[in-house]
Design a protein around this ligand. Structure first.
Ligand code: PGA
Length: 234
């Protein structure tokens, strides 16, 4: 019976997700845990490099990251898009401009994520491609701290659009309309190839790819389309 099946869904779900996924995974856990009260969850939120370490040590059931590992073969499913955008204080002169050349972005004081961050890698490779170097004013190990530093006038930065999903209509931050942006990225749910997923992990993965995806699209997708970056939403 269904009750028996539900009874089977007991145990611990171990998740490890990159920092930007904290803007949607915890939200999805609410309805999931209500439906399966026998499941308890441990959620690690950390940067790309630490996720890779955890993956190599096989510490978790499932991972959410936006750049696939090359050290290990994984099974992956695309969840949602995770565009990286240029953020500036709302009152910054560039906030009024359109189609800002990437050289102008490189000329601004810049706040960078810490080494080991996937965001940092993506930013670095875009500017390397254009043979530009950034004027890095400050390294900060947290998206939230970077948002505060931008609002405080320390510089501009490039972060996932999802980091501003909960900002109200009078946000102190503006998304700049810059050439070569947004940097297109996606979140993937990942596990090592050949790993036998527990019933609990399989249940969560199915949930993530169906209803979870819808919830995430509703909460963050709205903001994504408001800013005119909805084209890649799948
Ligand atoms: P990060 O991960 O927290 O390591 O920057 C985000 C990403 O890779 O998109």
């Amino acid at each position: 019976t269904i009750a028996d099946l539900k009874g089977l869904k007991q145990g611990r779900l171990r998740l490890a997700v990159i920092t930007t996924a904290k803007y949607f995974v915890p939200r999805l856990l609410g309805p999931f845990c209500k439906r399966y009260p026998g499941i308890d969850v441990s959620l690690q939120v950390t940067n790309h490099e630490h996720i890779l370490n955890r993956l190599n040590e096989n510490l978790d059931d499932l991972y959410v990251m936006s750049q696939l590992p090359d050290s290990i073969e994984v099974t992956y499913k695309r969840i949602l898009d995770n565009p990286l955008v240029v953020l500036a204080p709302a009152n910054h002169p560039l906030a009024q401009e359109k189609n800002i050349p990437i050289e102008r972005i490189a000329a601004e004081p810049f706040i960078m994520r810490e080494p080991g961050s996937g965001t940092r890698k993506a930013v670095q490779s875009l500017f390397d491609e254009h043979k530009l170097s950034l004027k890095v004013q400050l390294d900060l190990g947290s998206n939230e701290a970077i948002k505060q530093a931008i609002a405080g006038g320390l510089g501009i930065s490039i972060l996932s659009l999802h980091t501003i999903a909960l900002e109200g209509p009078i946000s102190q931050l503006a998304v700049l309309d810059a050439q070569h942006f947004p940097i297109e990225r996606y979140w993937y749910a990942i596990y090592p190839n050949g790993k036998q997923l527990s019933i609990v992990a399989r249940t969560f993965l199915d949930y993530l790819l169906t209803e979870g995806k819808q919830v995430a699209e509703q909460t963050s997708g709205r903001k994504v389309s408001q800013s005119g970056f909805s084209g890649q939403e799948q």
